[in-house]
Design a protein around this ligand. Structure first.
Ligand code: TYD
Length: 221
């Protein structure tokens, strides 16, 4: 029987606990001996990591358009070189952020036109976002949104890092991040077939239990 890949993305605002949950999830996949590939955005390829450095650490002021085009260039390379080959091999592909981040951050947060983001995203991933998906589609089958208020997220962040170490995007103002959160919730309603929203103010164990349960419900590998 032909193997089917299974693409999962993790999304959420600053300090939502995404990295912790991704780590737990990868551990769980390992324990279940499920063949997986993990990668992150921006980054995940040599070119992508260079772009990541510009996006997170460049001192110049980048417009939402410029940011988005850089994210998209990194995304295009990642889909071609990493995501599609892994899906063809039937792997579970786990992504720490993906194109929903662009809709939430550059679109809802930065005010960039959503239809434009959609068009360029389709170019970057080589697929239409609206048509019916093939089993090997580079559109996620499941997207976990870890939802948390800006204040709670920043409180968590400042507990484990010094606030002065915030990167270029993290240090944007509160209202920007509030638009990002509202944007994510908007996306989760529009794409309710793949989005699973989890209240990230709960304990690490409870959040993970939600993730595991949802994955087991949907993954048929
Ligand atoms: P990262 O250090 O990976 O942070 P996090 O742990 O929050 O995922 O930084 C990624 C940053 O890039 C994060 O602030 C969100 C932002 N981002 C966008 O603005 N647009 C995008 O399309 C992507 C993929 C990320």
């Amino acid at each position: 029987m032909e193997k089917h890949g299974f693409l999962i993305s993790f999304e959420g605002g600053e300090g939502c606990g995404k990295s912790t949950q991704v780590k737990r999830f990868l551990q769980y996949l390992e324990e279940r001996e499920i063949d997986f590939l993990f990668t992150r955005e921006p980054g995940g390829t040599e070119v992508g990591e260079k772009i990541r450095d510009i996006l997170l650490h460049d001192k110049s002021d980048l417009s939402a358009n410029t940011e988005f085009l850089l994210f998209s260039a990194s995304r295009s390379k990642l889909v071609e070189d990493v995501i599609r080959p892994a899906l063809r091999e039937g792997k579970v592909v786990v992504l720490d952020r993906y194109f929903d981040s662009s809709f939430a951050y550059q679109g809802f947060g930065g005010g960039m036109n959503l239809a434009t983001i959609e068009k360029i995203t389709e170019l970057a991933i080589g697929e239409d976002l609206k048509t019916k998906k093939s089993p090997q589609s580079a559109v996620p089958k499941l997207t976990f949104l870890l939802d948390l208020s800006y204040d709670a997220g920043m409180k968590r962040k400042s507990a484990d890092e010094k606030l002065k170490n915030l990167d270029r995007i993290e240090s944007k103002e509160k209202t920007y991040h509030e638009r990002v959160r509202a944007g994510y919730l908007n996306l989760s309603k529009k794409f309710d077939d793949r989005f699973c929203v989890i209240d990230a103010s709960q304990s690490v164990d409870t959040v993970f239990e939600n993730i595991r349960r949802e994955f087991e419900k949907r993954y048929d590998g």
